[in-house]
Design a binder for this molecule. Structure first.
Ligand code: DC
Length: 228
């Protein structure tokens, strides 16, 4: 749809709908969708498999030297590889998500993934989602969105997702987990979750997925993206 390299950063808390929205916007624009949370999840899976304790920063920081993360795109879908093995399915568990939240606080883990993230944005137009894309990974991204939704709305969405998968779950526990994960992601010292000064805030609590996708595309066009 365009021939300039353009980057859209989408940051926000867990469960705000970043990945589905960023994936749809990427499809519409012919961009590559990059899910950086999947990279942290792959590191978390590596730690869990190796018996590396997530609460031990030293152990994690030295252990991950053996974890090589690579990304492939197949029909517009991102696949994440851990030492050559496609782990895209295995990283989608609550345990891996919680471990990812813990280990992503360590500077060595963030440094381990930074080149991969920047390299992807250097070679093609991307819409990249995460927590620190607009603030740290791609501070020069042409368009930046901070996508949020209330903890109640996010918990309800997660609850429905788990129910559909037939998993046992409790709405209040999910909401508590979300609040706790937000707190951890926002208060860590390295690259905390926060809105970049030049990002637009989009509260998706009362919006449909399509409305948020439209909002992102409008922002990108406003920031200079040429679409046919
Ligand atoms: O978006 P997600 O739930 O798949 O992310 C899993 C964890 O990874 C999340 O709790 C925080 C961390 N993360 C991060 O610190 N920085 C990013 N750019 C993306 C994710």
């Amino acid at each position: 749809m365009q021939n300039q390299i353009f980057a859209i950063a989408v940051d926000g808390p867990a469960g705000a709908g970043k990945s589905i929205i960023a994936r749809l916007a990427a499809e519409r624009l012919g961009f590559i969708y990059v899910d950086t949370g999947a990279m942290y999840r792959a590191i978390a899976l590596f730690c869990l498999r190796q018996g590396i304790r997530p609460e031990d920063e030293k152990e994690v920081s030295s252990g991950i030297a053996e974890a090589q993360i690579t990304i492939r795109h197949q029909n517009g879908t991102q696949r994440v590889l851990l030492n050559g093995e496609d782990v895209s399915g295995q990283i989608r568990t609550e345990e891996v998500g919680k471990t990812a939240s813990a280990v992503s606080a360590y500077p060595a883990v963030r440094a381990h993934l930074l080149d991969l993230q920047r390299g992807l944005a250097a070679s093609a137009s991307v819409i990249m989602d995460g927590r620190d894309i607009g603030t740290c990974v791609l501070p020069k991204a042409q368009a930046k969105i901070f996508l949020t939704a209330s903890p109640k709305v996010r918990a309800m969405r997660r609850f429905k997702e788990l129910k559909e998968k037939g998993e046992m779950c409790n709405l209040q526990e999910i909401e508590q987990d979300i609040i706790e994960r937000d707190r951890r992601d926002m208060t860590r010292k390295t690259a905390p979750l926060k809105q970049a000064p030049d990002a637009v805030l989009v509260d998706g609590s009362e919006l449909t997925i399509d409305q948020v996708v439209e909002r992102i595309i409008r922002e990108a066009v406003f920031r200079g993206l040429k679409v046919e």
